[in-house]
Design a protein around this ligand. Structure first.
Ligand code: DC
Length: 217
């Protein structure tokens, strides 16, 4: 089985995907990692994140192992990594170069220890529209920008990162704008996606809702 979960930043896709993967013994692919890996490598090699040729070259040479190794860098998940990822993700050549690696994961889905999984849960922006248009279930998980900013702001507070709510909201809006307005695979629900607005639900309520959908397939 293949499930795709797309939606804007901080909508709760990752939390939902991980819980579903655990319950249904499926492998999980957070596809934002491929763009974060390319963006971070540009930053670490002190290259311009807007340089298409450099970004394409890094994307073409990215391997799964390289991506996993970059993922332990402190800036992989930071604002620096997130911003660089969102810039390179708007470059069509970068997206093309990274497509096969994402699609190949579904051919032989395995867990980190090499054991076989019963399927894959993809999490990203275009996994239902471009990466896996033939998925068995496509979800588009969203929430208002204010609710997403509030969630992200709380996460920062818990981690001791000092930021105002207004700063977080403005970063979320900037990221949405770039993800939605880019010409290459803009963020939008697949025509056959189920849209879940999580603004008024807890993560547990969303999880239970989706389990019911999966169990009825
Ligand atoms: O989900 P994330 O914050 O890790 O994603 C980082 C960036 O990568 C984000 O700006 C959108 C982009 N992205 C994308 O364009 N397509 C995907 N399938 C996943 C992420």
């Amino acid at each position: 089985m293949i499930i795709t979960i797309d939606g804007p930043a901080s909508a709760g896709k990752g939390t939902l995907a991980k819980k579903l993967a655990e319950k249904y013994l499926m492998a999980y692919f957070d596809t934002g990692m491929v763009y974060r890996a390319v963006g971070l490598e540009l930053v670490l090699s002190e290259k311009d994140i807007y340089n298409t040729a450099d970004a394409k070259n890094i994307a073409e040479n990215l391997t799964f192992q390289k991506m996993m190794s970059l993922s332990s860098h402190p800036d992989f998940r930071s604002d620096i990594g997130g911003r660089a990822a969102s810039v390179v993700a708007a470059i069509p050549e970068v997206r093309n170069a990274l497509l096969k690696m994402q699609q190949d994961f579904a051919l032989n889905p395995v867990f980190a220890d090499g054991s076989q999984a019963s399927g894959v849960i993809y999490d990203g922006r275009d996994t239902g529209t471009v990466v896996c248009p033939h998925a068995d279930l496509k979800l588009f998980v969203t929430a208002s920008s204010e609710v997403r900013a509030e969630r992200r702001y709380k996460e920062f507070q818990e981690k001791g990162i000092v930021k105002t709510y207004e700063e977080v909201l403005s970063q979320i809006k900037e990221r949405d704008e770039r993800d939605e307005k880019r010409s290459a695979a803009p963020l939008k629900p697949a025509e056959d996606a189920i849209i879940l607005d999580t603004s008024n639900y807890t993560a547990q309520q969303v999880f239970e809702k989706v389990c019911k959908i999966i169990d009825s397939l």
